[in-house]
Design a protein around this ligand. Structure first.
Ligand code: SDX
Length: 429
């Protein structure tokens, strides 16, 4: 039971609410009895001061710029682990033994193919459809192809649905890319690791052998790891809310994909590279900095700012280092976009407007530069974010489904609409 309480005084009544503590991070005031006791709601649009769940998966310290996956710092995982191992860690809570990792990787590898009928599903889309529109539709349609793993009350079906989505999202995203460029789909290969398989499915063509560059594959794998999970962000909260109605797992993840697409969220990586290209040269940076500060201009520095990080996003730091490595390998270290990004970051971090608001580069600021250098069109950037984040969404969804306190999410509101009034016949209007 809670040791401390919070007191709320309304008029001549005082109410007490338990204060709960986690292993780390801010305490919370448990207000579940607030409405029953006081007849009042709390009001927190955007959930800036609201803990929506009790979780043990990912922790962010926004002031320190710290990100932990099951307690392990993201810098260490990016440097020493692999995405498939991070998937195991997020899903099952501990780093795997060698045998556990081999078994998990084997299970994922053997689910990377999609039902052959899905190829016809793609044919219904226009060739110029945005890959995220296709991925959103195809992930939702997975329930139509894998109906045998949609019963969320069956732990076995929850497990197989989870493995299927971790395994098939790269195939689905790669097929969206191939369809958009008019090339034939490339089947997954069981002899390639997760990142190499994705690169092969995207860039191989039947006319010749495609050799995956190991440095590019490592950079790809690291990008997957950096995007894998991030507490209760907008798309994860969407997945949890969808799952609270006992919707099937494919529908919940499709809802997360749809939410991630927004340019304020996962769509920022595409928007950030487009912005860096629009700026074009270092001498035009001041003009865009002024626009970002102008309240009458909707323009924002894409890839900058974050609801939680009020310090440097640790993922952006790793991403910047990776960008330098990949560009050097590809012999484009003088990439003008990287130069604009680094100068823009330098100028912004010296400008009082950004300093006062603690606006730093976030995960989306540098990722696009690497993805562009590898050969992806900007339209694929958020689809890559989505396939990376699928394991985080699933881990959070499984935690929510397994929570004995699970309830359907149903927020209330502050109402400023019309009060009761009688219908008026059209003849009298
Ligand atoms: C992701 O939640 C997550 O964890 C998300 C994510 C994940 O891994 O899941 O980290 C991934 O979505 C990263 C964020 C990607 N989005 C962008 O880069 C888009 C640009 N950034 C912003 O739109 C904004 O910073 C948000 C949406 C990221 C955060 O918005 P908040 O926390 O609601 O902050 P706010 O909009 O209230 O801004 C506070 C102030 C405002 O100025 P004032 O009204 O106080 O004068 O900062 C300003 C804003 O105008 N501001 C910016 C800015 N971001 C905030 N001004 C210029 N450029 C920006 N990018």
């Amino acid at each position: 039971m809670s040791e401390t309480t919070a007191k709320l005084t309304l008029g001549d009544e005082t109410y007490e609410f338990p204060v709960l503590s986690g292993t780390v991070g801010p305490d919370v005031i448990d207000i579940r009895s607030l409405y029953a006791k006081t007849g009042l709601f709390t009001y927190d649009p955007g959930f800036t001061s609201t803990a929506a769940c009790d979780s043990a998966i990912t922790y962010i310290d926004g002031d320190k710029g710290e990100l932990l996956y099951r307690g392990y710092p993201i810098e260490q995982l990016a440097a020493k682990s692999s995405y498939i191992e991070v998937c195991y860690l997020l899903l099952y809570g501990e780093l795997p033994s060698k045998a556990e990792l081999a078994d998990f990787e084997n299970r994922v590898t053997r689910h990377t193919m999609v039902h052959e009928q899905m190829h016809y599903f793609y044919r219904g889309f226009r060739r110029d459809a945005h890959p995220m529109a296709i991925v959103t539709g195809v992930v939702g349609a997975m329930a139509a192809f894998y109906h045998d793993s949609t019963d969320i009350s069956d732990p076995m079906q929850r497990e197989i649905a989870s493995i299927r989505m971790v395994a098939k999202l790269p195939t689905i995203a790669a097929m969206a890319y191939k369809y958009s460029v008019g090339q034939p789909f490339v089947y997954p290969r069981n002899d390639l690791d997760y990142a190499s398989n994705f690169l092969h499915m995207c860039f191989a063509v039947p006319a010749e052998e495609y050799k995956v560059d190991p440095v590019v594959a490592k950079a790809m794998d690291r990008i997957f790891t950096l995007h894998a999970d991030h507490e209760q962000n907008a798309s994860t909260s969407t997945v949890r809310l969808s799952g609270s109605s006992d919707a099937n797992p494919f529908a919940c993840i499709a809802a997360g994909v749809a939410c991630l697409w927004g340019p304020a969220h996962g769509g920022a990586n595409e928007a950030a590279l487009n912005m860096l290209r629009e700026i074009g040269t270092v001498d035009r940076i001041p003009e865009f900095i002024e626009r970002a500060k102008d309240k009458n201009d909707p323009f924002r520095l894409m890839g900058f700012g974050h609801r939680v990080y009020k310090n440097y996003d640790p993922r952006a730091a790793v991403m910047q280092e990776s960008a330098r490595e990949v560009l050097e390998l590809l012999g484009v270290e003088n990439n003008p976009t990287l130069q604009v990004a680094q100068e823009l970051e330098k100028i912004a971090l010296e400008d009082p407007y950004f300093v006062e608001r603690k606006l730093y580069p976030n995960v989306d600021f540098y990722s696009g530069i690497i993805l562009d250098a590898i050969g992806f069109p900007t339209s694929m950037f958020t689809a890559i974010f989505a396939l990376s984040r699928t394991v985080g969404w699933i881990a959070q969804w499984k935690e929510m489904i397994g929570d004995p306190q699970k309830k359907i999410g149903r927020p209330r509101q502050l109402y400023h609409g019309a009060t009761t009034r009688d219908y008026v016949d059209i003849a009298q209007r």
